[in-house]
Design a protein around this ligand. Structure first.
Ligand SMILES: [Zn+2]
Length: 418
């Protein structure tokens, strides 16, 4: 029963995702949408479509390999074989669990590594986005593995200790601990983790700094630091974000963003980010994520010690750690559904933040300009298929955003002068 359900869910989602990608390839148009004819010449547009095609085939090969490897591991008795191997070491259950889950993570990481290398050094390189050198790439991966090893290892250690001590009742405490770890990570990420990868420096004094400071003051948005990130060391793609709580906020702009945009466009991007904050999107997404985790832990308390689960994957000796790994596969359909819901919600929030930015500046055109330039520079697909958007997009297609902003024209008043 469980075996059939998991197989159907894995293959069903794979087929749906593949269908979405193929439909997306078919929905590529040969004509530049008229809204973008000022930023895309024919050559650039053709290149953006080639980029979408190349990425789609790359993703299809990657998702097929992942699914095929999982099924091969499963049907070759891999879950049982690995457990027997680790049981032979006669470790306490919690450490056996760390090894078991750790081995699965390492295997997955090694499987994906050639794909990441190909994506960075073949695809991104060919389209002129890659700026990473082999040594930066290797050091980045090592840092990433150390950090995720520490975070995931700590997480598994806590969860397994709780389940070993309190049995299935542990789910509630496990959830509280996980929520605490997530809050800690929000605090640590900009201070400790991101500086391991990027160099942050203050935006130099001048027009940009003055305008941003004045704008944030007008928006009553307390900013402690305005920083520039050396994103150009790795990729020519641009981004902006802000971090921090209360009056301790830091805005970070990629150098690639600063170099390619006018000051009004940068202000518009910033206003969009402030919009997410003012409309409480960030808090809402965090709470939604925690609610998801609560559901997942509650589900775990029902499933991780059921004999049928172990039987379905051919495991003979039940344990919390194997149960946790198998539950992770069983629960995928729910995780996919929650993901689709979160993406839908996020796209709605993007429209709201765009509207906020247009209202704050009293004019939608700087944001329209910025969005068009960003999509041109990153060779975005301008006509994605709705099924692909529904499944994977956290942001609405750029054309929809531009049209929504255009519809605000005439409704906006000039911002109040301070
Ligand atoms: Zn946004």
């Amino acid at each position: 029963m469980i075996r059939g359900f998991v197989l159907c869910a894995l293959i069903g989602y794979y087929l749906l995702d593949t269908l979405a990608k193929l439909l997306n390839l078919r929905s590529l148009k040969t004509q530049v949408p008229s809204e973008f004819s000022d930023v895309y010449d024919e050559n650039r547009y053709r290149r953006s479509q080639e980029y979408t095609r190349t990425n789609t085939w790359y993703e299809l090969v990657a998702s097929t390999t992942t699914l095929a490897s999982l099924l091969a591991f499963w049907f070759a008795g891999g879950f049982e074989g690995l457990d027997q191997l680790i049981r032979g070491l006669r470790l306490p259950n919690i450490f056996a669990g760390l090894f078991y889950l750790g081995a699965l993570c390492v295997a997955r990481e090694l499987l994906m590594l050639p794909f990441t290398i190909y994506h960075t050094f073949a695809i991104e390189q060919r389209y002129g986005f890659n700026r990473t050198t082999a040594s930066t790439f290797i050091v980045d991966r090592l840092k990433e593995w150390c950090i995720s090893g520490l975070v995931l290892g700590g997480f598994v250690l806590i969860v397994l200790t709780l389940f070993e001590s309190f049995g299935l009742r542990a789910w509630m405490i496990a959830w509280i601990c996980t929520a605490a770890i997530s809050v800690l990570l929000i605090y640590l990420a900009p201070r400790i983790i991101l500086p391991l990868f990027f160099k942050f420096s203050p935006v130099p004094a001048g027009n940009l700094r003055e305008q941003v400071t004045e704008f944030c003051f007008r928006q009553q948005f307390p900013v402690r630091e305005l920083l520039v990130i050396d994103g150009s060391r790795r990729s020519s793609k641009a981004n902006a974000f802000f971090t921090g709580f209360g009056s301790n906020k830091r805005i970070a702009l990629y150098d690639t963003l600063i170099n390619n945009h006018t000051v009004p466009e940068l202000l518009a991007v910033l206003a969009h980010e402030i919009g997410h904050f003012k409309k409480h999107h960030i808090v809402q997404h965090f709470l939604f994520g925690q609610l998801n985790l609560l559901l997942l832990f509650l589900g775990a308390s029902f499933f991780i010690s059921r004999p049928e689960l172990f039987e379905a994957f051919g495991v003979t000796t039940p344990s919390y750690y194997v149960g946790l790994a198998l539950y992770g596969i069983l629960i995928r359909p729910l995780a996919v559904l929650l993901g689709i819901l979160a993406n839908f919600w996020s796209r709605k929030h993007e429209f709201e933040a765009d509207r906020f930015a247009a209202e704050a500046l009293g004019d939608p055109s700087p944001l329209i300009g910025a969005l068009k330039r960003l999509s041109k520079d990153s060779l975005s697909n301008l006509t994605p298929h709705p099924l692909l958007v529904g499944l994977h997009f956290t942001h609405p297609p750029v054309l929809a955003r531009v049209l929504a902003l255009r519809s605000l024209d005439g409704q906006l008043q000039s911002p109040s002068q301070v």
